[in-house]
Ligand binder design. Structure first.
Ligand SMILES: [Zn+2]
Length: 80
């Protein structure tokens, strides 16, 4: 009996990670570059977020309305 070696195909699963440094305001979910949130002036940030949406016109955007966004900008959909 010969030894059979079963080769498993290498899985190429690259999980996309959030780029370091990208933080969002926990309150507004907007992406923040500085030390304070431009919307609520808060400093509670999270780097654990999912999804991204760019709100160009918060007044007309259905997504903005759903997410409760009132200021245009780049937002994450989910923040932990
Ligand atoms: Zn904020």
């Amino acid at each position: 009996m010969g030894q059979k070696k079963i080769k498993k195909p290498k899985k190429r699963l690259k999980r996309k990670r959030n780029k370091m440094g990208k933080k969002v305001c926990k309150k507004c979910r907007i992406f923040v570059k500085g030390d304070n949130c431009p919307v609520c002036k808060g400093n509670q940030f999270s780097t654990n977020w999912q999804g991204r949406v760019n709100i160009l016109d918060a007044d007309k955007s259905m997504i903005a309305e759903k997410l409760g966004i009132k200021v245009k900008g780049e937002y994450s959909i989910k923040v932990r």
